[in-house]
Design a binder for this molecule. Structure first.
Ligand SMILES: Cc1cc2nc3c(=O)[nH]c(=O)nc-3n(C[C@H](O)[C@H](O)[C@H](O)COP(=O)(O)OP(=O)(O)OC[C@H]3O[C@@H](n4cnc5c(N)ncnc54)[C@H](O)[C@@H]3O)c2cc1C
Length: 376
């Protein structure tokens, strides 16, 4: 059945939206005009980012190019960041002052670490997202490391999977460019242990990997503020650093809540299992930016990936006025956590294994995912 005319606007080229583009490219819906509003035309694939930081992948290996994908889907690509929403007029406001109108809006813009709750973090620490900004900060850091004689101290604030992977990847990368070099990487967290969402067997394996690499852990440590080159702690034992990274959880862009959309306490868009906003039926959200009612899903790329096919179907169904289908999250997901040196730990529920073969499996899965979005 054909629809009369429906403008679907995708905001952000995250993991779900690349699948929406691919599916609309395979099968267009008559009468539907598709637009993608994207801050970055080359969108990073989270699974391969730590491997890229460690030096195992090129930029092209782990970034999806939205231009050919949009062309395949017959979509208009607008290379600009969205920064406001008028839900009454159905206007998306963009950073260049332009306005994009929609009949259906879908948001997949990810999240950023909340810097505001630690004084001075915004000025003196590097947030792990946006990833492209992180990548250029790391290139600058590498040059500073090569110039500096004596100790070079890197702090990573946050001992979840993202923080631990970042610490190991940075350590590997910097040791490749200059062995020794006085490098000391330290992970800092207020919690008593690393990887809080994983079982003891995974934590033990990761602790062993960190110890073997000489990466220090400062746990049960409350960070109270940053100044240039110093992290202040509640116990007074301040830590000096040459570079500090923030991998401290996730928050959403402020303009979402300001628009009147129903959001949770961290600003994430509250959605039904169909990924439709609980407050605005013409708006969908997916990936990190979505908070699904009845499910406390971790902010992990694997959910954004899994939600992609359901989102694609539901946008199509909403345009055609058909009933939507629910996303059913798995109770346990397979997490493959890399240690920077072509070794990885697999974690699923109570199950844990590790080895070089796990890294090879991860590499195979990740490259296969990327290949789905290469338009040749
Ligand atoms: C170091 C690190 C390692 C990680 N490793 C893993 C892993 O191995 N496995 C895993 O499952 N998860 C991992 N994660 C988590 C993962 O990165 C996120 O959960 C995932 O990226 C979320 O996908 P998304 O589609 O919601 O958003 P994103 O991947 O962040 O994509 C959002 C897109 O929207 C665009 N955008 C942002 N703001 C705007 C705007 N205002 N207007 C227009 N466009 C915008 C961005 O350019 C980007 O392309 C890791 C995170 C970190 C920090």
């Amino acid at each position: 059945m054909a629809v009369k005319k429906c403008e679907i606007v995708l905001v952000g080229g995250g993991h779900s939206h690349v699948e929406v583009l691919r599916q609309f490219g395979e099968q267009a819906v008559e009468g539907v005009a598709l637009t993608v509003v994207a801050r970055d035309v080359h969108t990073p694939y989270s699974g391969m980012v730590p491997g890229y930081l460690a030096g195992h992948y090129s930029h092209a290996d782990c970034h999806v190019d939205l231009s050919p994908l949009a062309r395949l889907a017959g979509a208009r690509l607008v290379h600009v960041a969205a920064e406001g929403l008028d839900t009454q007029k159905r206007h998306l406001r963009c950073s260049d002052g332009s306005i994009v109108t929609y009949d259906l809006l879908s948001i997949d813009i990810g999240s950023t670490p909340p810097a505001s709750n630690i004084e001075g973090a915004r000025e003196h620490a590097i947030p792990v997202k946006p990833i492209d900004q992180l990548l250029s900060e790391i290139e600058a850091l590498e040059k500073r490391y090569l110039r500096q004689s004596g100790p070079f101290r890197v702090l990573v604030l946050g001992a979840g999977a993202g923080g631990v992977e970042l610490a190991l990847a940075l350590d590997h990368r910097l040791r490749q460019v200059a062995a020794g070099g006085g490098l000391k990487v330290t992970i800092v967290d207020g919690a008593a242990d690393i990887l809080p969402s994983h079982v003891g067997a995974v934590r033990r394996r990761m602790r062993r990997a960190l110890a073997e690499r000489g990466i220090d852990l400062e746990l049960a440590t409350r960070a109270t503020g940053f100044e240039a080159g110093v992290l202040h702690r509640a116990d007074g034992a301040d830590l000096a650093f040459d570079a500090a990274f923030l991998v401290t959880g996730a928050q959403a862009a402020g303009w979402l809540g300001e628009s009147g959309l129903s959001v949770d306490k961290d600003g994430f868009v509250e959605v039904e299992e169909t990924m439709r906003s609980v407050s605005h039926p013409d708006i969908f959200a997916s990936g990190d930016v979505a908070a699904m009612k009845g499910h406390a899903l971790p902010k992990a790329g694997v959910y954004a990936v899994r939600q992609g096919p359901v989102l694609a179907q539901n946008l199509r169904r909403a345009a055609l006025g058909q009933a939507l289908i629910p996303f059913q999250p798995q109770r346990h997901i397979l997490a493959l956590i890399s240690t920077g040196d072509c070794y990885a730990i697999a974690s699923r529920g109570r199950f844990a294994v590790a080895g070089r073969w796990v890294w090879r499996l991860k590499d195979w899965i990740d490259r296969r995912w990327m290949a789905r979005y290469e338009v040749g």
